[in-house]
Write a protein that binds this ligand. Structure first.
Ligand code: ATP
Length: 377
């Protein structure tokens, strides 16, 4: 097991025309499971490949357990990587695929290697497949073999590059749980790349969000969800997405009113007003998650709107409201307004987020929390 530290990591391609990774700092504690997420092309894979030693950084350093490994080759690094396309040798059996790395990188005897492969095969529940060739296996089985091959080496660090993308939804859920069980049992420090925010949120002790090669936020999934550092992060994590609305913030006594000077008007309490860096008349982007919107009680001062669509999803109903282009409320399944009905909505004020419309930065004081503590050893 080991800690990983990345400082000022940068990768340019095409003589600087493309900056795939731009000055990324990252710390992964011993035994931690960190997910890296972001839209296509944001630099996830390139970051991972630099950590693995498959890509040379243009700038920056990588430390494994405090030791600078930046100039080491992939082979010298005690790191195992699991890829989306499994990367198994097609002509070798499952056993040979799993034992190959041990033969190349350790001086274990044949019987010691056999013992290790057997242990890893049991761990992955693939003992029955050891004599099969990869093309005889299903996608899920191939990924189990790839995982078995990674754990057999008992590396200091696991790197996963979208390992479940080729599997169907049900199998993906099973394998997610399997990878988490493995990581719990082995306690191997892991970095897991995915474009699926839900996967990143459910699997990570810590989540790293990238955009255009730049780090947006690092934190525990709950703190990133609750206190996004900027509007991009707010919109990227969570489904359905956070709703955004451009409004003015107008002071009214001690409180603050968010308004578009037309139909939208929502008053924030003095306590809330004290917690944001906003001037009277400033344009702000208001963000609110669908589950933090409620239908107003009779007599309560709500925002009047029309229900455009009602989408039942079982436990809840999604209401598409006529506030700007798309504004979705997630309400209890027993709240069933008819389409076209005028309703009044209100918000959980403590969950309203305000962002600078130019930079996207959060305007809340203390928006970004401290890093979560390292997991127990
Ligand atoms: P995806 O989710 O689509 O796999 P990603 O977040 O993993 O995307 P990268 O594959 O790291 O993104 O790519 C980041 C940027 O660098 C992209 O603009 C990509 O086109 C570019 N890039 C990656 N590898 C190379 C290369 N070998 N040569 C030139 N450009 C590259």
């Amino acid at each position: 097991m080991a800690s990983l530290q990345v400082t000022g990591l940068r990768k340019e391609f095409d003589r600087g025309e493309i900056v795939a990774v731009d000055d990324v700092d990252l710390e992964v504690q011993d035994g931690e499971f960190v997910t890296v997420v972001g839209p296509s092309g944001c630099g996830k894979t390139t970051t991972l490949r630099m950590i693995a030693g498959l890509e040379k950084p243009t700038d920056g350093s990588i430390y494994l357990d405090g030791k600078d490994i930046t100039s080491q080759s992939a082979r010298e690094r005690d790191i195992a990587m699991v890829f989306q396309n499994y990367a198994l040798y097609p002509h070798k059996t499952v056993y040979q695929n799993m034992a190959f790395g041990l033969r190349m990188s350790t001086d274990l005897t044949k019987s010691e290697r056999e013992e290790k492969v057997q242990w890893a095969a049991e761990m992955m529940d693939i003992e029955e497949l050891l004599e099969d060739k990869p093309d005889e296996l299903s996608g899920g089985q191939k990924q189990r073999v790839a995982l078995g091959r990674a754990i057999v080496r008992e590396p200091k660090l696991f790197l996963f590059d979208e390992p479940l993308s080729n599997l169907d939804a049900k199998l993906r859920t099973t394998m997610r749980a399997e990878i988490q069980r493995l990581q719990d049992e082995l306690g191997i420090t892991s970095v897991y790349v995915t474009h699926d925010q839900e996967e990143a949120m459910t699997m990570g002790d810590k989540i790293v969000i990238l955009r255009d090669g730049e780090l947006q936020q690092i934190g525990a999934p709950t703190s990133v969800y609750d206190k996004p550092a900027n509007a991009f992060v707010g919109g990227f994590v969570g489904s359905p997405s956070m709703n955004f609305l451009d409004v003015y913030a107008r002071t009214s006594g001690d409180s603050l009113v968010l308004t578009d000077d037309e139909s939208f008007r929502y008053a924030l309490s003095p306590e809330y007003a004290a917690d944001v860096n906003v001037q009277d008349g400033q344009r702000v982007q208001m963000g609110v998650r669908p589950e933090d919107i409620y239908t107003a009680d009779p007599g309560e001062d709500g925002v009047e709107t029309t229900v455009d669509v009602l989408e039942p999803v079982g436990s809840d109903n999604y209401l598409y409201l006529s506030i700007r282009d798309e504004f979705i409320a997630r309400v209890n399944a027993d709240v069933k307004p008819t389409v076209g009905e005028r309703i009044e909505i209100t918000f959980d004020e403590s969950k309203i987020r305000l962002f600078d419309p130019e930079t996207g930065e959060s305007l809340l004081h203390h928006a970004v929390e401290e890093e979560p503590p390292a997991p127990e050893a």
